[in-house]
Design a binder for this molecule. Structure first.
Ligand code: UT7
Length: 330
């Protein structure tokens, strides 16, 4: 058995900044409501057309450079996204083509906000068994083009943004390591945060009627999401701590999925951690779903919040419901 670690990290967001004031022009909302309920001040939206693979490419190149490897060293590409270019095939196929890496295997993961940590866990297993030495794990979302940017969709539309984060997972020969990953799900909540159409069990899968009924837009039972998130996030973090016999004092930083600042504050409170130890950059990017954890890692490292040898916990919760944590010695 080998040990794995993250050897390279990269992130990328579109240049186009969309502030809460910009959203005020599209729907009945206010900067005050959005900031108070979510902590979000602005997010990035792609300038169309730009698919998830295209958005992910600079983040991947950044991670490859940071790892000091060449792209030809990559043996598996894992992409977590809720916003693939097409229903079939997955974004990882398009990304592999852009990276010019045929015939490297590609794998899409559809577990929404927890996708990056699920991907990290899969990569960890392949490295541990010795099957692969370098794996690219990507979290990417182009949410903006799928949102209902009118008053009808405002509860969801103000939350989400576009972005990409990527890591290279490789073998560890020093103290740095992915120490543990824990994955969870509760499908009984599948329709508490979901996109109904295209519908897989109905012909045609998409119709004018469906579009007229706005079934193509994400719908959310916000209170249910919130209630579960503030329980599941801390549970996943505590599982990571207990597995590794780490105390709260041992952790340099918890990097949670950026769902909502109020959720992050609740996590800190439940874990009895000072807010400075639970990283947040949601004010800049909103909720970028599968991209938010690697993007937060990029920013936190840039801000000097952690360095080699520090103990980190990554955690996520989202649609499915799915949730997950990873304990890392950076
Ligand atoms: O990765 C997981 C992603 N999802 C989340 O993290 C969401 C978790 N949930 C939440 O953070 C909160 O439920 C929200 C921020 C989405 C909503 O906050 P809330 O306190 O649960 O508000 P609410 O849904 O109960 O709505 C309160 C009011 C309603 O108006 P009335 O019925 O009281 O007149 C909504 O229509 O706020 C209204 N509202 C808005 N007003 C202005 C809903 N969205 C907006 C909006 N701007 N964007």
């Amino acid at each position: 058995m080998y040990r794995s670690k993250i050897i390279g990290l990269g992130g990328h967001v579109p240049e186009n900044v969309v502030t809460n004031f910009d959203l005020e022009k599209l729907m009945d909302t206010s900067n005050e409501w959005i900031v108070e309920r979510t902590g979000i001040h602005e997010r990035r939206f792609v300038t169309q057309p730009c698919g998830s693979a295209e958005l992910a490419l600079p983040a991947c190149r950044g991670a490859i450079k940071d790892a000091g490897i060449s792209k030809e060293d990559i043996e598996l590409i894992i992409v977590a996204t809720t916003t693939p270019e097409h229903q079939v095939p997955g974004t990882s196929s398009y990304l592999q083509a852009l990276l010019e890496l045929a015939p490297v295997p590609t794998l899409d993961i559809r577990v929404q906000c927890s996708g990056f940590i699920y991907g990290l866990s899969i990569a960890d297993q392949f490295i541990k068994t010795g099957q692969y030495k370098h794996i690219l794990v990507v979290g990417v979302e182009v949410q903006s083009v799928g949102l209902n940017l009118t008053t009808e969709g405002r509860d969801v539309a103000v939350l989400f943004g576009d972005g990409a984060g990527a890591v290279i997972v490789g073998r560890s020969d020093d103290e740095s390591a992915i120490m543990s990953t824990h994955l969870f799900a509760d499908g009984r909540h599948a329709n508490d945060l979901w996109v109904d159409a295209p519908v897989g069990y109905q012909s045609p899968r998409i119709s004018k009627e469906m579009l007229d009924e706005h079934r193509q837009y994400p719908k959310m039972n916000g209170r249910q999401v919130f209630k579960n998130a503030v329980i599941r996030f801390p549970e996943a973090v505590i599982t990571a701590l207990e597995t590794n016999h780490w105390t709260r004092e041992d952790i340099k930083l918890v990097i949670p999925h950026q769902a909502n600042l109020r959720i992050t504050e609740a996590i800190a409170k439940r874990l009895e951690l000072p807010l400075e130890k639970v990283y947040s950059n949601i004010h800049k990017y909103g909720n970028t779903t599968a991209a938010s954890v690697p993007l937060a890692m990029v920013d936190a490292r840039k801000e000097g919040k952690f360095s080699r040898g520090d103990k980190l916990i990554l955690a996520a919760f989202g649609s499915g419901f799915t949730w997950a944590s990873a304990a890392i010695i950076w």
